[in-house]
Design a protein around this ligand. Structure first.
Ligand code: FUL
Length: 461
């Protein structure tokens, strides 16, 4: 049954009343509840990384467009000052742990010298035709300790074989093989759902099982992103907003293939499904500017630091990862404004989360009543609560409340739905010496992680 049906059919009460695991001699008894999905070690590590940076670069950078039509000449591609180390350092300073490059966008132009097409950097004036953006980024990411991700658009508006079934699938799988075998470890492979017409007006049916097999064989630790997973799902919008609630579990039938359209799909991507049979956490992608590619007219429209913090709260703070796009300019460098903004974002986020006011609290738990109490050594003022579940055991919390003991007695300061890896909840500033978290609804055994309390004041907003 889908989540919406659960709620509509009145089964929500049953959901809330589901028993949770009770410790009996150190063992969690799950009663009649079937085993719930848990992340693989790679999915868990991915979710703990929280932040990735997207890099959209290609012929569009030079035509000032968002989608090329495949007729662009490689002669226009010349990012003469390209410095992947600058990109990676800017990402690291902002706290990003992975960089994901558009190795090929919908226009079909390849940022690596693919042996399968002439439509690549090899035909461009950049580095005299001897350059390879993927190689430069892979080397920079490795030396700065960041993961590498690659976006290879299935939709190719240049390839003559596009729309010709097997012929294009062979071509696409060949390109994927080049990328996954030539550049060391790849952490994430990003499959966009766009499936438009090719140069001959025909559409292509992608061979997803074959594509996935290639990734699994060549890069067994790489996670596959697409609307339909299988490892990471799209959050359902390009605004960087995860749903609330947001489950890491999904019903795999809800979004059967990338780019699937129809009623309920956005909802399924946004919220996941508490009854879902597979673990498929959400990634929230959004750009630091209005467009994905660099446009000079948008240099004044780089998101503010406040805005980036809001994005962090609406993605990572809602149990999703944030994939923030920062596009290189025609020079091949990130624009100064973007670099500055990334650094400010990193500094503001670190300052906000630097002091956990609950670090020295005495914690007492009542797992049977699903309550955890923090006794602070003194009255403390905070306005941000960080909650987490130990998701290696799955995700179970469907509702919670946070109460605080203030000068005027106990009062509820926050209520919410899912927690998952992380739930960051801003509240009106409160001064309290006791904090109580109560899980009000759960769909399985609850394993709470740490509770953190922070104070951002004006700067945390
Ligand atoms: C979309 C694409 O069409 C955009 O150009 C961009 O690459 C975005 C991340 O995905 O579907």
């Amino acid at each position: 049954m889908r989540r919406r049906d659960l709620l509509r059919s009145g089964a929500a009460g049953a959901l809330a009343a589901l028993p949770i695991g009770r410790p009996i001699g150190g063992v969690i008894a799950h009663g009649a509840i079937a085993a719930r999905p848990v992340p693989t070690p790679d999915q868990l590590a991915w979710q703990q990384r929280e932040l990735a940076m997207f890099l959209h670069l290609g012929v569009n950078t030079f035509t000032d467009r968002e989608w090329g039509d495949g007729t662009e000449s490689p002669a226009i591609f010349d990012p003469a000052r390209l410095d992947a180390t600058q990109w990676v350092r800017a990402a690291r300073t902002g706290g990003f742990r992975t960089v994901i490059l558009t190795a090929k966008h919908h226009d079909g132009f390849c940022l690596w010298p693919s042996r399968l097409t002439d439509h690549s950097v090899r035909a461009s004036p950049w580095r005299g035709g001897g350059g390879d953006v993927v190689a430069e980024l892979a080397a920079a990411a490795r030396s700065e300790g960041l993961g590498l991700g690659l976006y290879l658009s299935p939709w190719d508006r240049h390839a003559p074989s596009y729309g010709q079934g097997e012929r294009y699938n062979d071509f696409y799988c060949g390109q994927l093989t080049e990328l996954l075998s030539g550049y060391g470890p790849v952490a994430e492979v990003w499959f966009d759902g766009a499936n438009g017409e090719g140069p001959n007006g025909r559409r292509q049916t992608y061979d997803w099982p074959r594509i996935h097999r290639i990734v699994r064989t060549l890069q067994p630790h790489a996670l596959i992103f697409s609307d339909a997973g299988p490892d990471i799902r799209w959050c359902g919008n390009e605004r960087g907003e995860a749903g609330d609630p947001n489950w890491c579990t999904v019903d795999p039938a809800a979004v059967p293939y990338p780019g699937a359209d129809g009623p309920g799909i956005t909802d399924a991507l946004q919220h996941g499904d508490p009854a879902g049979s597979v673990w498929r956490p959400a990634e929230a992608d959004v750009s630091i500017r209005p467009g994905w590619f660099w446009h000079p007219a948008e240099d004044e429209r780089v998101r503010s630091t406040d805005d980036l913090l809001e994005l962090y709260l609406s993605s990572v703070g809602r149990n999703a990862n944030l994939l923030l796009n920062v596009p290189p300019t025609t020079s091949g460098l990130l624009h100064d404004s973007d670099v500055r903004r990334l650094a400010e974002f990193g500094a503001r986020r670190s300052a906000l989360l630097a002091t956990d006011l609950a670090a020295d609290a005495r914690r007492t738990g009542d797992p049977v009543r699903r309550i955890m109490t923090l006794a602070l050594p003194a009255v403390r003022t905070f306005d941000l609560i960080s909650l987490g579940e130990a998701i290696e055991h799955g995700q179970a919390v469907a509702g919670y409340a946070v109460e605080c003991r203030t000068r005027d007695g106990w009062r509820t300061v926050a209520r919410g739905t899912t927690i998952g890896h992380r739930r960051l909840q801003q509240i009106a500033s409160v001064a309290a010496d006791r904090v109580r978290l109560t899980v009000t609804a759960a769909v399985g055994p609850v394993r709470l992680g740490r509770i953190g309390l922070y104070y951002g004041g004006e700067s945390g907003r």
